[in-house]
Structure formats: C-alpha cells, structure tokens
Ligand binder design. Structure first.
Ligand SMILES: Cc1ncc(COP(=O)(O)O)c(C=O)c1O
Length: 389
C-alpha cells in the first residue's frame, strides 16, 4: 500500500500478544493450555488501590487532569523514589503516562531520526527495537550474555557509542532474562558516560521492586552529574499488579519535561483520572501486598529454575530479578521458534521464543513464572515429557 507512510513498514510488535492469541484460540477449542508466556503478575491489584480508583469516580474525578499528571501523584512518585533509591527528585520532572511503554515511544520520537544511532539490549523488550526502527534511527544491539547472568557490560556498551549515538537504552532487572546488572557495572557506565556528553540514557527500571537474594537496586537517578541526560522509566504495572490500569511515569531531565508534556498533550491529553488516584493510593498506602507478591515470585523462581535444570537438553541460570527465566535450549536440537511452536501445539504450554527479543535470543525460550507454582511445575513436567518423546 503506497499510500501508507514508510515508517509503518518498520513497526515491529511484541509477540507475547500473538502467542496469547494463539493460546486463547487453542483453549477455546478445548485444549488445556498452561500459559508461561505473559509478562504480567497473576495477582489481583491490592484492594485498597482498587477502592481508591472507585472512590475517585464516585467523588466526581472524571475530567481531564494536568497532562503530566496530578500534582499529588507526581509528589507521591518523588517521595517514593526518595524512599526507595535515596534520590532527590523534583516532582515537576515527573511525567505520568498511560503505562511504561509510552515513555519509550516518547524518547524515540525525541531522539530517533534517520542518521541517528540508538543502542538497545538484545535480547531485550521488543518494543525498544520496534520504536527505534519506527523513528528512522539505526538500532544498534548491545548483546547480553548468559555467562554474565545476562547483565550488560559497561565497557562493551561504551564501546558501541559513536558520534552518531543519541540514546542508549538499559534495562535492569531485565525482560526477558531476569538479568540484573551489578551496581559496580552501572557505576562504570555512569563514569564512562562523562566522555560522551552527546549521549542520553533511557533507563527502564520497571522491575526495580522485583529483586531477589538481597540484591539492591542501583538507579540511574543515583548519579547527580547525569541528571540532565537520564530518562528514568518506571511504573505501577508490575510492582502493584496494575497492567490493565495503564499508568507509568518517567523522571525526565529538566530541559525535556516541557517536550514530554507536549507529547502527552498531542497524544492522549492525560492518564485517566481515577487511575491516577489509584496510583497515589498504591505509593502512599501499605506495601504489604507488593512485598508478599515478590516473596511468592521468589519461591516460584527457585522452583522454576530447579525444575528446568532437570529437563533433558535444558539449562537455566538463576535470574536475579523480574519474573522471567531464560533457559538455554540449544542442546534440545531445536531452534527457539520451533520449540515455542511445538510446546504450544503439542505440550499445550505457552512460552516465548528467545528470538522474539532479538537475534541474541536464539537458543533460549522465555518462561514467565507469573503463574501458580502448581501450574508452573505441571507445565515444566509437560515440557519434559515432550522433550523426552
Ligand atoms: C522491560 C519492560 N519495560 C516496560 C514494560 C511496559 O510496561 P507497561 O505495561 O506499563 O506499558 C514492560 C512490560 O512488559 C517491560 O517488560
């Protein structure tokens, strides 16, 4: 269709949604599918958060809000970042948007154009590359390796920077690997960026509350000298089991806040008002449910990794964060895509091929352990039976 803008040809997708649709179709035909594919907590949004959303509607909060978010919401975000990361954040630098993804697109619209280069993690969240390509910029993959526990190497990342690099994207804890980049490596990156003053950073910290074995999160907000170049993305979707509410935010450099807010005004006006009230309740209310959820994920994480490592041809490093395992399946003799398809159609287990997250994902599949321990273990049994057949 030559009436369509060329950029539409370059727009990618997130195959988790395709796998979900195929799994639902099989389920509608009567198959008993266990899904280990979708990246959302299987817990309900805590009741006090739901009540705050309902109350907001009852109280008549059904109109537009400021485009960047209610002041009380942005103040609650700043207070939360101070509590969690010890970072001083000006609430006026917080721009609330409908979900974590929106900030990615905004950053790509701001920095991406033909001739520009943007570095992104591979395997990584598929929307990074899709949005970079859409913008016309050249995507430059930064490989993540199993032998590093899927952490990125600051030296390798810095070595990919050229005079054309506008933006680098980092994500720790990471999707799809669960990899966590250690604080020393992030320190090294921050120090190295002093030599590249033309480069901005989009730090996707949406899994920063989901860390295991006593790991602490190192935020890119912890480097005051970089504040004028860091866009820190976070949100409510994962931490508070709020994927469908559509609420996320970024802390933007002061000089870009007005531009990000204009993008909000042009794109969606504001996040729906009751969701913003729910977001305030999430940050200011009791954190027990969020903490319990991470505890449950940790238990499932250990069970998942142990069970995967029993399977013929499969080996899995322990993920340090998020709710994904990324087992190596090369010894099964099947490609990632072949295994994803066979597991869905023959074992009735929905997983995602590592290649859905970039070429460096070949040889792996993503297992989301956002499902009950019982379902996870019976799914892994089914995978084992299929591999042994
Ligand atoms: C790394 C990463 N960033 C951002 C998002 C987007 O989150 P949201 O649903 O809030 O748009 C996801 C969702 O899976 C993710 O895995």
């Amino acid at each position: 269709m030559d009436t369509l803008a060329a950029r539409m040809q370059r727009l990618g997708t997130e195959s988790a949604f395709d796998v979900l649709a195929r799994a639902n179709k099989l389920a509608a035909q009567g198959a008993d599918i266990i899904s280990l594919s979708i990246g959302q907590p299987d817990f309900p949004t805590p009741p006090h958060i739901v009540e705050a959303g309902i109350k907001a509607l009852r109280d008549g909060h059904h109109g537009y809000t400021p485009a960047n978010g209610l002041p009380a919401l942005r103040e609650a975000v700043a207070a939360d970042l101070n509590r969690r990361h010890g970072a001083e954040v000006d609430p006026d630098c917080v721009v609330c948007v409908p979900g974590g993804k929106v900030t990615m697109f905004f950053a790509m619209l701001m920095f991406g154009e033909p001739g520009a280069e943007i570095i992104y993690p591979d395997p990584g969240f598929p929307i990074y590359r899709s949005a970079i390509e859409f913008s016309g910029a050249t995507p430059v993959p930064m490989p993540l390796r199993e032998e590093n526990g899927f952490a990125f190497s600051a030296d390798e990342l810095l070595s990919l920077i050229t005079p054309k690099t506008r933006l680098i994207i980092i994500n720790s804890p990471a999707n799809p690997t669960g990899g966590v980049t250690p604080a020393e490596e992030i320190d090294k990156l921050a120090a190295g960026l002093a030599d590249h003053p033309h480069v901005h950073v989009l730090s996707d910290e949406i899994y920063s509350c989901m860390l295991y074995d006593g790991r602490a999160h190192r935020s890119m907000l912890n480097y005051p000298d970089l504040r004028d170049r860091v866009i820190m993305l976070d949100g409510w979707s994962k931490t508070y089991a709020m994927t469908g509410w559509r609420l996320g935010y970024a802390v933007w450099p002061k000089a870009l806040v007005e531009k990000a807010t204009r993008l909000c005004i042009n794109d969606h006006s504001c996040v729906n008002a009751p969701t913003q009230f729910a977001g305030i309740a999430a940050l200011e209310g009791p954190q027990d449910a969020a903490i319990d959820m991470v505890r449950a994920f940790d238990e499932r994480r250990k069970a998942t990794v142990a069970a995967l490592n029993q399977l013929p041809g499969v080996s899995c490093v322990e993920p340090g964060g998020a709710f994904y395992a990324f087992p190596n399946i090369t010894q099964t003799g099947r490609s990632a895509a072949e295994l994803q398809d066979a597991l869905l159609t023959e074992a009735h287990v929905a997983t995602i091929a590592g290649t859905s997250f970039g070429i460096h994902g070949e040889g792996y599949i993503r297992i989301s352990y956002a499902n009950s321990k019982e379902n996870i273990l019976s799914a892994i049994d089914r995978i084992g039976a299929y591999l042994a057949s």
